[in-house]
Design a protein around this ligand. Structure first.
Ligand SMILES: [Zn+2]
Length: 198
């Protein structure tokens, strides 16, 4: 079985372990981590499985310490774990869902008001996000190019579930462009400018 043999068809998922999934050896973990998270440091793929037409990844964070978002000090003391489920860009036309085990750390700085904080992996997902950063970017581009309702239809066909309102929301979440970046003026803008001049 090749690298992708572990998940190249739903019927090839091998029952293993308590959740009926395929456990991967170290070599495959490294290769799949590189395949799915080549641009995301500090995350590892642990398991891969199909459910219906959706590909699922179990992932875990790997950095030994995390930085408190309030005081900025690093901590290695883990308080607890919790699971986050986030939607990713489609993979070979199938929806891709990531279940990432995230840690809460104890901030040991006495004067810091944040006693417990959650580690952050901004390259993967925003602190309270339900989509990966790359899916968010994909939806923003789709929304910009096509608008709300048409963009949502195209996104659904591509394997990204988002309502028209969601597409508009992710566009509005973008920061305003910096001053001086305007390079193209539309006809209406030009007309408005002339009427003001006249
Ligand atoms: Zn702190």
């Amino acid at each position: 079985m090749g690298l992708l043999g572990a998940f190249d068809a739903p019927e090839m998922a091998v029952p293993c372990g308590s959740r009926g999934m395929l456990s991967l050896g170290k070599g495959r973990i490294a290769m799949l981590t590189k395949l799915f998270f080549s641009t995301v440091a500090g995350v590892r793929v642990d398991r891969v499985w199909w459910q219906g037409q959706t590909l699922h990844l179990d992932a875990a964070t790997t950095r030994r310490a995390a930085r408190c978002p309030l005081c900025g000090r690093r901590s290695k003391r883990v308080h607890s774990f919790y699971a986050r489920t986030i939607a990713d860009l489609p993979c070979t036309g199938a929806r891709l869902t990531i279940h990432v085990r995230t840690r809460r750390f104890v901030c040991r700085v006495r004067w810091c008001e944040r006693k417990i904080f959650t580690e952050r992996v901004p390259a993967l997902v925003a602190p309270w996000g339900r989509r990966t950063a790359r899916q968010q970017e994909g939806l923003q581009r789709t929304g910009f190019d096509l608008g709300g309702a048409p963009g949502a239809r195209v996104a659904a066909r591509l394997g990204m579930c988002a309502s028209p309102d969601t597409l508009l929301r992710v566009i509005r979440a973008l920061p305003d462009p910096e001053e001086g970046c305007l390079r193209i003026i539309g006809i209406d803008d030009w007309g408005a400018t002339r009427s003001r001049i006249a």
